[in-house]
Design a protein around this ligand. Sequence first.
Ligand code: SF4
Length: 239
Amino acid sequence: MKLIEFFGPSNSGKTTAILKVTEIMRAHGFSVATLKNTRHILNYENDSKDSMNYLKAGSSLSIVIGKNESILHFPKRIPLFEILDHLRYDFMIIEGETGFPMPKVLFLKEKDGLERLDNLTIAIVGNADVAIRKIAAGDFESLYTLVISEAKQPLPGDDCGHCGFDCKTMLAKILKGEKTFNDCVKFSEQHATVEINGKRVPLLPFISSMILGVNVGILKNLKGMNHNGHVKIEFDFKV
Ligand code: SF4
């Protein structure tokens, strides 16, 4: 799942933009989850309103994270065992700053909010005299194109420092093209990916670890498997 964050002052158009971009993404066949991050104690009646609107716009899962609690909002009644399956989405658009390393879009309210520009901000919605990609308020097609092309899979976010940086600095370097996700030691160590006929199959983290563990267990006993690297295994099968 690829993530992107829309942040900026209150009433700068984030919620409307998420509603419109979600509708456009659904129309293009993408699955989208939405997340609203706030710092206050949640009031279910008020805080579920935007969440319900995101579901109406086509979001398959709408999450609200408050100061002390969180709401996960699905558009239907689902058995518990299916809940994990619902975490397989193409994209997640997040409203509000989470502090998690991910590309961010800053929504300005006139000039208000410009002080929040940082090295993970890839674009602003509004107008300001800064050297960064600008999108006009209300131009939801351009915002959609930006989300599709610039949202990124998450880094682990635990600042282990094995790459020589913290996760935010590493992501800033990835966004500039100076590094790739494979330069994150944990990311490349912990992930197995599966493609069937060229299409990436979404994997829950524990399934990815299981595939990795089983294959590394087999491969490390083979001659010549005495170094780290990228391993590709391909095979044909019929069910
Ligand atoms: S190696 Fe990965 S998890 Fe560790 S600090 Fe670097 S980017 Fe973050």
